[in-house]
Write a protein that binds this ligand. Structure first.
Ligand SMILES: Cc1ncc(COP(=O)(O)O)c(C=O)c1O
Length: 450
Protein backbone atom coordinates (compact mmCIF):
# COMPACT_ATOMS: atom_id res chain seq x y z
CA UNK A 1 0.00 0.00 0.00
CA UNK A 2 3.01 2.29 -0.13
CA UNK A 3 3.17 2.65 -3.90
CA UNK A 4 3.12 6.31 -4.93
CA UNK A 5 -0.35 7.46 -5.90
CA UNK A 6 -1.16 10.47 -8.03
CA UNK A 7 -3.34 12.65 -5.85
CA UNK A 8 -5.51 15.58 -6.97
CA UNK A 9 -2.88 18.02 -5.70
CA UNK A 10 0.80 17.41 -6.51
CA UNK A 11 2.14 15.70 -3.41
CA UNK A 12 5.60 17.23 -3.74
CA UNK A 13 4.06 20.72 -3.52
CA UNK A 14 1.88 19.81 -0.54
CA UNK A 15 4.90 18.41 1.30
CA UNK A 16 7.04 21.39 0.40
CA UNK A 17 4.47 23.91 1.68
CA UNK A 18 3.80 21.96 4.88
CA UNK A 19 7.53 21.86 5.60
CA UNK A 20 7.95 25.53 4.72
CA UNK A 21 5.53 26.55 7.52
CA UNK A 22 7.77 24.70 10.00
CA UNK A 23 4.89 23.59 12.22
CA UNK A 24 5.30 20.69 14.61
CA UNK A 25 2.09 19.15 13.29
CA UNK A 26 -0.04 20.39 10.45
CA UNK A 27 -2.98 18.49 11.93
CA UNK A 28 -2.75 20.56 15.10
CA UNK A 29 -2.39 23.87 13.27
CA UNK A 30 -4.72 26.65 14.33
CA UNK A 31 -7.46 27.67 11.90
CA UNK A 32 -5.44 30.68 10.71
CA UNK A 33 -2.24 28.65 10.30
CA UNK A 34 -3.99 26.02 8.24
CA UNK A 35 -5.59 28.76 6.22
CA UNK A 36 -2.13 30.11 5.42
CA UNK A 37 -0.77 26.70 4.39
CA UNK A 38 -3.72 26.08 2.08
CA UNK A 39 -3.33 29.55 0.52
CA UNK A 40 0.31 28.70 -0.14
CA UNK A 41 -0.46 25.27 -1.63
CA UNK A 42 -3.16 26.77 -3.83
CA UNK A 43 -0.78 29.45 -5.09
CA UNK A 44 2.02 26.97 -5.80
CA UNK A 45 -0.12 24.21 -7.33
CA UNK A 46 -2.80 26.33 -9.07
CA UNK A 47 -5.36 23.82 -7.69
CA UNK A 48 -8.45 25.21 -5.98
CA UNK A 49 -9.15 23.52 -2.66
CA UNK A 50 -12.49 22.62 -1.15
CA UNK A 51 -11.97 25.08 1.71
CA UNK A 52 -13.68 23.93 4.83
CA UNK A 53 -11.22 25.09 7.49
CA UNK A 54 -12.53 28.54 8.28
CA UNK A 55 -15.98 29.58 9.47
CA UNK A 56 -16.42 32.66 7.32
CA UNK A 57 -19.73 33.60 5.76
CA UNK A 58 -19.89 32.87 2.05
CA UNK A 59 -22.90 35.10 1.34
CA UNK A 60 -23.30 38.80 0.53
CA UNK A 61 -24.12 41.26 3.35
CA UNK A 62 -27.78 42.38 3.35
CA UNK A 63 -28.35 45.54 1.32
CA UNK A 64 -30.55 47.03 4.05
CA UNK A 65 -27.64 47.03 6.49
CA UNK A 66 -25.19 48.41 3.94
CA UNK A 67 -27.56 51.22 2.91
CA UNK A 68 -28.40 52.18 6.49
CA UNK A 69 -24.71 52.43 7.35
CA UNK A 70 -23.87 54.50 4.26
CA UNK A 71 -26.68 56.87 5.07
CA UNK A 72 -25.43 57.32 8.63
CA UNK A 73 -21.90 57.96 7.40
CA UNK A 74 -23.15 60.58 4.98
CA UNK A 75 -24.94 62.29 7.84
CA UNK A 76 -21.59 62.67 9.59
CA UNK A 77 -21.81 60.26 12.53
CA UNK A 78 -18.18 59.34 11.84
CA UNK A 79 -16.91 62.40 13.66
CA UNK A 80 -18.83 61.71 16.87
CA UNK A 81 -18.19 59.25 19.67
CA UNK A 82 -21.03 56.76 20.01
CA UNK A 83 -22.43 55.96 23.47
CA UNK A 84 -20.48 53.04 24.99
CA UNK A 85 -23.63 51.01 25.38
CA UNK A 86 -25.05 51.76 21.96
CA UNK A 87 -27.32 54.27 20.25
CA UNK A 88 -30.79 54.24 21.84
CA UNK A 89 -32.62 53.07 18.70
CA UNK A 90 -30.30 50.08 18.35
CA UNK A 91 -30.75 49.14 22.01
CA UNK A 92 -34.51 49.17 21.44
CA UNK A 93 -34.23 46.96 18.37
CA UNK A 94 -31.95 44.44 20.11
CA UNK A 95 -34.42 44.18 22.98
CA UNK A 96 -37.29 43.69 20.52
CA UNK A 97 -35.26 41.14 18.55
CA UNK A 98 -34.69 39.06 21.70
CA UNK A 99 -38.40 39.29 22.52
CA UNK A 100 -39.47 38.42 18.98
CA UNK A 101 -37.22 35.42 18.49
CA UNK A 102 -36.48 34.01 21.96
CA UNK A 103 -39.62 35.27 23.66
CA UNK A 104 -37.92 36.82 26.68
CA UNK A 105 -38.21 40.42 27.84
CA UNK A 106 -34.94 42.23 28.40
CA UNK A 107 -34.86 45.96 29.07
CA UNK A 108 -33.13 47.94 26.26
CA UNK A 109 -30.82 49.40 28.93
CA UNK A 110 -29.02 46.08 29.21
CA UNK A 111 -29.04 45.30 25.47
CA UNK A 112 -25.98 46.68 23.72
CA UNK A 113 -23.74 46.23 20.69
CA UNK A 114 -20.21 44.84 20.97
CA UNK A 115 -17.31 44.66 18.53
CA UNK A 116 -18.36 41.25 17.21
CA UNK A 117 -19.81 38.80 19.66
CA UNK A 118 -16.15 37.97 20.23
CA UNK A 119 -15.81 41.17 22.27
CA UNK A 120 -19.08 40.29 23.97
CA UNK A 121 -17.59 36.92 25.03
CA UNK A 122 -14.44 38.64 26.26
CA UNK A 123 -16.37 41.15 28.36
CA UNK A 124 -18.65 38.44 29.73
CA UNK A 125 -15.64 36.39 30.85
CA UNK A 126 -13.97 39.46 32.29
CA UNK A 127 -16.96 40.58 34.35
CA UNK A 128 -18.37 37.23 35.44
CA UNK A 129 -15.03 35.88 36.65
CA UNK A 130 -14.48 38.98 38.82
CA UNK A 131 -17.99 39.29 40.19
CA UNK A 132 -17.77 37.27 43.39
CA UNK A 133 -14.74 36.56 45.57
CA UNK A 134 -13.69 32.91 45.33
CA UNK A 135 -15.78 32.30 42.20
CA UNK A 136 -13.39 32.93 39.36
CA UNK A 137 -13.44 29.82 37.17
CA UNK A 138 -15.01 29.31 33.76
CA UNK A 139 -16.44 26.03 32.55
CA UNK A 140 -16.67 25.30 28.83
CA UNK A 141 -19.10 22.72 27.55
CA UNK A 142 -17.08 21.38 24.64
CA UNK A 143 -16.48 20.89 21.79
CA UNK A 144 -16.13 24.61 21.38
CA UNK A 145 -14.69 27.58 19.58
CA UNK A 146 -10.94 27.48 20.39
CA UNK A 147 -10.61 31.27 20.53
CA UNK A 148 -12.88 31.46 23.58
CA UNK A 149 -10.26 29.53 25.53
CA UNK A 150 -7.57 31.86 24.21
CA UNK A 151 -9.65 34.71 25.61
CA UNK A 152 -9.74 33.07 29.03
CA UNK A 153 -5.98 32.56 28.91
CA UNK A 154 -5.36 36.17 27.84
CA UNK A 155 -7.48 37.30 30.77
CA UNK A 156 -5.66 34.94 33.14
CA UNK A 157 -8.94 33.28 34.10
CA UNK A 158 -8.74 29.58 35.05
CA UNK A 159 -11.07 27.17 33.29
CA UNK A 160 -12.28 23.60 33.11
CA UNK A 161 -13.95 21.90 30.19
CA UNK A 162 -15.54 18.62 29.20
CA UNK A 163 -16.77 17.06 25.98
CA UNK A 164 -20.55 16.77 26.07
CA UNK A 165 -20.65 13.81 23.63
CA UNK A 166 -21.16 11.23 26.40
CA UNK A 167 -23.32 13.52 28.57
CA UNK A 168 -26.39 14.37 26.57
CA UNK A 169 -29.89 14.47 28.08
CA UNK A 170 -30.36 13.63 31.74
CA UNK A 171 -26.67 12.66 32.05
CA UNK A 172 -25.75 16.32 31.67
CA UNK A 173 -27.12 17.09 35.14
CA UNK A 174 -24.72 15.03 37.25
CA UNK A 175 -21.80 15.91 34.98
CA UNK A 176 -22.43 19.65 35.38
CA UNK A 177 -23.10 19.32 39.05
CA UNK A 178 -19.74 17.59 39.57
CA UNK A 179 -18.09 20.90 38.57
CA UNK A 180 -20.60 23.39 39.98
CA UNK A 181 -20.82 21.92 43.47
CA UNK A 182 -17.20 22.92 44.06
CA UNK A 183 -18.54 26.49 44.27
CA UNK A 184 -15.81 28.21 42.28
CA UNK A 185 -17.42 28.26 38.82
CA UNK A 186 -18.31 31.85 37.98
CA UNK A 187 -19.69 31.18 34.52
CA UNK A 188 -20.32 28.43 32.03
CA UNK A 189 -20.14 28.73 28.27
CA UNK A 190 -21.40 26.84 25.25
CA UNK A 191 -22.46 27.69 21.72
CA UNK A 192 -25.88 26.65 20.46
CA UNK A 193 -26.01 25.56 17.61
CA UNK A 194 -22.57 24.33 18.44
CA UNK A 195 -19.38 25.28 16.70
CA UNK A 196 -17.83 22.82 15.71
CA UNK A 197 -20.26 19.91 16.06
CA UNK A 198 -23.57 21.58 15.15
CA UNK A 199 -25.29 19.78 18.00
CA UNK A 200 -28.16 21.75 19.51
CA UNK A 201 -29.23 21.36 23.10
CA UNK A 202 -32.76 20.14 23.61
CA UNK A 203 -35.20 21.99 25.87
CA UNK A 204 -34.65 19.32 28.50
CA UNK A 205 -30.90 20.03 28.45
CA UNK A 206 -31.37 23.80 28.53
CA UNK A 207 -33.69 23.38 31.51
CA UNK A 208 -31.05 21.35 33.34
CA UNK A 209 -28.42 24.02 32.61
CA UNK A 210 -30.74 26.86 33.64
CA UNK A 211 -31.83 25.26 36.90
CA UNK A 212 -28.25 24.52 37.91
CA UNK A 213 -27.23 28.09 37.03
CA UNK A 214 -29.78 29.37 39.53
CA UNK A 215 -28.95 26.76 42.17
CA UNK A 216 -25.20 27.41 42.10
CA UNK A 217 -25.24 31.12 41.15
CA UNK A 218 -23.28 30.39 38.00
CA UNK A 219 -23.81 32.68 35.01
CA UNK A 220 -24.53 31.04 31.67
CA UNK A 221 -22.74 32.70 28.76
CA UNK A 222 -24.96 31.48 25.95
CA UNK A 223 -23.11 31.98 22.69
CA UNK A 224 -25.68 32.32 19.93
CA UNK A 225 -23.21 32.80 17.11
CA UNK A 226 -25.50 30.86 14.75
CA UNK A 227 -28.75 32.47 15.82
CA UNK A 228 -31.81 30.77 14.30
CA UNK A 229 -29.69 28.51 12.10
CA UNK A 230 -31.02 25.15 13.30
CA UNK A 231 -32.99 24.74 10.10
CA UNK A 232 -34.98 21.72 11.35
CA UNK A 233 -37.51 24.26 12.59
CA UNK A 234 -38.51 27.55 11.04
CA UNK A 235 -37.61 30.27 13.54
CA UNK A 236 -37.92 33.07 11.04
CA UNK A 237 -41.25 34.71 11.92
CA UNK A 238 -41.05 37.43 14.58
CA UNK A 239 -43.24 37.10 17.67
CA UNK A 240 -44.51 33.72 16.62
CA UNK A 241 -43.76 30.16 17.75
CA UNK A 242 -41.51 28.27 17.51
CA UNK A 243 -39.07 30.45 19.43
CA UNK A 244 -35.35 29.83 19.42
CA UNK A 245 -34.48 27.50 22.31
CA UNK A 246 -32.48 29.28 25.00
CA UNK A 247 -31.46 28.91 28.61
CA UNK A 248 -33.14 32.29 29.10
CA UNK A 249 -36.42 30.38 29.54
CA UNK A 250 -35.09 28.59 32.61
CA UNK A 251 -32.98 31.03 34.64
CA UNK A 252 -32.28 34.74 35.19
CA UNK A 253 -28.59 34.04 35.49
CA UNK A 254 -27.47 34.33 31.89
CA UNK A 255 -25.88 36.55 29.29
CA UNK A 256 -26.92 36.23 25.64
CA UNK A 257 -24.10 36.70 23.15
CA UNK A 258 -25.53 37.11 19.68
CA UNK A 259 -23.38 37.40 16.60
CA UNK A 260 -24.41 39.08 13.38
CA UNK A 261 -21.52 37.52 11.47
CA UNK A 262 -23.23 34.36 10.21
CA UNK A 263 -26.98 34.85 10.69
CA UNK A 264 -26.78 38.32 9.09
CA UNK A 265 -23.65 37.79 6.94
CA UNK A 266 -21.97 40.80 8.59
CA UNK A 267 -18.70 39.24 9.80
CA UNK A 268 -16.56 42.01 8.35
CA UNK A 269 -18.44 44.68 10.27
CA UNK A 270 -17.46 43.26 13.65
CA UNK A 271 -20.73 43.97 15.37
CA UNK A 272 -22.51 41.64 17.76
CA UNK A 273 -25.06 41.98 20.54
CA UNK A 274 -25.10 41.30 24.26
CA UNK A 275 -28.31 41.08 26.27
CA UNK A 276 -28.30 40.74 30.06
CA UNK A 277 -31.54 40.22 31.99
CA UNK A 278 -32.50 43.01 34.36
CA UNK A 279 -32.03 40.99 37.55
CA UNK A 280 -28.41 40.17 36.76
CA UNK A 281 -27.65 43.58 35.26
CA UNK A 282 -28.85 45.32 38.41
CA UNK A 283 -27.22 42.85 40.79
CA UNK A 284 -24.15 43.48 42.92
CA UNK A 285 -20.94 41.49 43.27
CA UNK A 286 -18.39 41.82 46.06
CA UNK A 287 -15.33 41.65 43.83
CA UNK A 288 -15.96 44.12 40.99
CA UNK A 289 -15.09 47.47 42.49
CA UNK A 290 -11.30 47.14 42.46
CA UNK A 291 -11.22 46.66 38.72
CA UNK A 292 -14.39 48.33 37.47
CA UNK A 293 -14.97 51.14 40.01
CA UNK A 294 -18.36 49.77 41.01
CA UNK A 295 -19.79 46.60 42.50
CA UNK A 296 -22.92 47.04 40.40
CA UNK A 297 -22.70 44.38 37.68
CA UNK A 298 -24.27 46.40 34.85
CA UNK A 299 -22.35 49.56 35.69
CA UNK A 300 -19.09 47.58 35.82
CA UNK A 301 -19.92 46.06 32.44
CA UNK A 302 -20.54 49.31 30.61
CA UNK A 303 -18.48 51.96 32.39
CA UNK A 304 -15.71 49.62 33.53
CA UNK A 305 -15.22 46.96 30.90
CA UNK A 306 -16.62 48.53 27.71
CA UNK A 307 -15.00 51.90 28.36
CA UNK A 308 -11.62 50.29 28.93
CA UNK A 309 -11.76 47.88 25.99
CA UNK A 310 -13.07 49.82 22.98
CA UNK A 311 -15.37 52.58 24.28
CA UNK A 312 -18.22 51.29 22.16
CA UNK A 313 -18.75 50.10 18.60
CA UNK A 314 -18.16 52.14 15.45
CA UNK A 315 -21.00 54.63 15.13
CA UNK A 316 -22.07 54.07 11.52
CA UNK A 317 -21.95 50.31 12.00
CA UNK A 318 -24.54 50.60 14.75
CA UNK A 319 -26.92 52.33 12.32
CA UNK A 320 -26.32 49.57 9.76
CA UNK A 321 -27.27 46.85 12.24
CA UNK A 322 -30.15 48.95 13.53
CA UNK A 323 -31.58 49.30 10.00
CA UNK A 324 -31.36 45.56 9.48
CA UNK A 325 -32.89 44.69 12.86
CA UNK A 326 -35.82 47.01 12.16
CA UNK A 327 -36.56 45.06 8.99
CA UNK A 328 -36.10 41.71 10.76
CA UNK A 329 -38.32 42.77 13.65
CA UNK A 330 -41.13 44.04 11.44
CA UNK A 331 -41.01 40.88 9.33
CA UNK A 332 -39.93 42.53 6.08
CA UNK A 333 -36.50 40.81 6.02
CA UNK A 334 -36.36 37.04 6.61
CA UNK A 335 -32.85 36.49 7.95
CA UNK A 336 -33.25 32.72 8.22
CA UNK A 337 -34.23 32.29 4.57
CA UNK A 338 -31.18 34.34 3.59
CA UNK A 339 -28.79 31.79 5.14
CA UNK A 340 -30.72 28.54 4.63
CA UNK A 341 -28.42 27.73 1.79
CA UNK A 342 -25.80 26.60 4.32
CA UNK A 343 -28.12 23.80 5.45
CA UNK A 344 -28.79 22.74 1.85
CA UNK A 345 -25.06 22.57 1.16
CA UNK A 346 -24.42 20.57 4.33
CA UNK A 347 -27.04 17.97 3.38
CA UNK A 348 -25.29 17.28 0.06
CA UNK A 349 -21.75 17.47 1.39
CA UNK A 350 -22.44 15.15 4.31
CA UNK A 351 -23.97 12.66 1.90
CA UNK A 352 -20.90 12.76 -0.37
CA UNK A 353 -18.57 12.09 2.56
CA UNK A 354 -20.72 9.30 4.01
CA UNK A 355 -21.12 7.56 0.64
CA UNK A 356 -17.36 7.50 0.38
CA UNK A 357 -16.52 5.81 3.64
CA UNK A 358 -16.52 8.73 6.09
CA UNK A 359 -18.59 8.86 9.27
CA UNK A 360 -20.37 11.80 10.88
CA UNK A 361 -18.84 12.06 14.37
CA UNK A 362 -21.39 14.13 16.31
CA UNK A 363 -24.51 12.80 14.64
CA UNK A 364 -27.38 13.01 17.13
CA UNK A 365 -29.22 15.40 19.43
CA UNK A 366 -30.41 12.69 21.79
CA UNK A 367 -33.04 10.85 19.71
CA UNK A 368 -32.94 13.22 16.74
CA UNK A 369 -30.44 13.44 13.90
CA UNK A 370 -28.45 16.67 14.07
CA UNK A 371 -29.41 19.50 11.79
CA UNK A 372 -27.70 20.34 8.51
CA UNK A 373 -26.02 23.69 9.05
CA UNK A 374 -22.84 25.70 8.95
CA UNK A 375 -20.54 22.91 10.22
CA UNK A 376 -20.45 19.16 10.40
CA UNK A 377 -17.90 16.69 11.77
CA UNK A 378 -16.32 13.77 9.91
CA UNK A 379 -13.93 10.91 10.51
CA UNK A 380 -12.43 8.15 8.38
CA UNK A 381 -11.77 4.68 9.80
CA UNK A 382 -8.16 4.14 10.80
CA UNK A 383 -7.17 7.83 10.89
CA UNK A 384 -6.81 10.16 13.81
CA UNK A 385 -8.16 13.63 13.11
CA UNK A 386 -4.63 15.03 13.08
CA UNK A 387 -3.57 12.51 10.43
CA UNK A 388 -6.72 13.06 8.41
CA UNK A 389 -6.22 16.86 8.24
CA UNK A 390 -2.85 16.30 6.61
CA UNK A 391 -3.87 13.47 4.32
CA UNK A 392 -6.86 15.37 2.95
CA UNK A 393 -4.58 18.23 1.90
CA UNK A 394 -3.22 15.93 -0.85
CA UNK A 395 -6.81 15.58 -2.06
CA UNK A 396 -7.42 19.31 -2.16
CA UNK A 397 -9.67 19.37 0.91
CA UNK A 398 -9.00 21.43 4.04
CA UNK A 399 -10.64 21.12 7.46
CA UNK A 400 -9.51 21.43 11.11
CA UNK A 401 -8.97 18.68 13.66
CA UNK A 402 -11.52 18.39 16.47
CA UNK A 403 -8.62 17.97 18.87
CA UNK A 404 -8.17 21.75 18.78
CA UNK A 405 -11.78 22.24 19.93
CA UNK A 406 -11.67 20.43 23.27
CA UNK A 407 -13.37 17.37 21.81
CA UNK A 408 -12.50 13.88 23.06
CA UNK A 409 -13.31 12.53 19.61
CA UNK A 410 -9.74 12.69 18.40
CA UNK A 411 -10.63 10.90 15.20
CA UNK A 412 -12.74 13.80 13.96
CA UNK A 413 -12.50 16.89 11.81
CA UNK A 414 -14.69 19.97 11.61
CA UNK A 415 -15.87 20.86 8.14
CA UNK A 416 -17.41 24.24 7.35
CA UNK A 417 -19.73 24.50 4.34
CA UNK A 418 -19.67 28.26 3.87
CA UNK A 419 -17.10 28.49 1.06
CA UNK A 420 -18.27 25.48 -0.93
CA UNK A 421 -20.97 26.49 -3.39
CA UNK A 422 -22.93 24.00 -5.48
CA UNK A 423 -20.48 24.57 -8.34
CA UNK A 424 -17.82 22.70 -6.30
CA UNK A 425 -19.85 19.60 -5.43
CA UNK A 426 -18.57 17.69 -8.46
CA UNK A 427 -14.95 18.35 -7.44
CA UNK A 428 -15.70 17.32 -3.87
CA UNK A 429 -17.35 14.11 -5.02
CA UNK A 430 -14.40 13.15 -7.21
CA UNK A 431 -11.88 13.95 -4.49
CA UNK A 432 -13.58 12.01 -1.69
CA UNK A 433 -14.21 9.10 -4.08
CA UNK A 434 -10.50 8.95 -4.89
CA UNK A 435 -9.62 9.27 -1.20
CA UNK A 436 -11.87 6.30 -0.48
CA UNK A 437 -10.37 4.29 -3.34
CA UNK A 438 -6.81 5.10 -2.22
CA UNK A 439 -7.52 4.16 1.40
CA UNK A 440 -9.53 0.95 1.18
CA UNK A 441 -10.85 -0.39 4.42
CA UNK A 442 -8.94 -3.37 5.77
CA UNK A 443 -5.69 -2.42 4.04
CA UNK A 444 -4.07 -1.10 7.18
CA UNK A 445 -4.90 2.47 6.21
CA UNK A 446 -1.30 3.43 5.64
CA UNK A 447 -0.83 7.13 5.24
CA UNK A 448 0.77 7.32 1.87
CA UNK A 449 2.68 10.58 1.94
CA UNK A 450 4.12 11.12 5.38
C1 LIG B 1 -19.11 29.88 18.59
C2 LIG B 1 -18.67 31.21 18.11
N1 LIG B 1 -18.69 32.26 18.94
C3 LIG B 1 -18.31 33.47 18.53
C4 LIG B 1 -17.90 33.70 17.24
C5 LIG B 1 -17.47 35.08 16.85
O1 LIG B 1 -18.49 35.84 16.38
P1 LIG B 1 -18.25 37.34 15.90
O2 LIG B 1 -17.81 37.28 14.48
O3 LIG B 1 -19.59 37.99 16.08
O4 LIG B 1 -17.23 37.96 16.78
C6 LIG B 1 -17.87 32.65 16.34
C7 LIG B 1 -17.39 32.87 14.97
O5 LIG B 1 -16.98 31.96 14.27
C8 LIG B 1 -18.26 31.37 16.78
O6 LIG B 1 -18.24 30.32 15.97
Amino acid sequence: MNTPIKTPVDSAIVKQEINAMGLESVGLASIRELNRIVNNIEAASKERFIRMEMGVPGLEPPKIAVDAEIEALKKGVGSKYPPFDGIPELKQEISLFVKNFIDVEINPISCFPTVGSMQGCYMAMMCTSRRIKGKDKLLFIDPGFPVNKSQARVLGVPYDHFDVYEFRGEKLKSKLESYLKKGDVAALMYSNPNNPAWICFTDQELKIIGELATKYDCIIMEDLAYFGMDFRKDYSTPAQEPFIPSVAKYTDNYILLISSSKSFSLAGQRIGMTAIPDKLFNSKGDNLKGRFDSNNFGYAYIFGAMYAISSGVSHSNQYGLCGLLKAVNNGSYNFVDAVKEYGERAAVMKKLFVENGFDIVYDMDEGQKIADGFYFTISYPGFTGVELVEELLYYGISAISLTTTGSDRHEGLRACVSLTGKDRFQDLEERVAQFNKDHPKGSGFKIIHS
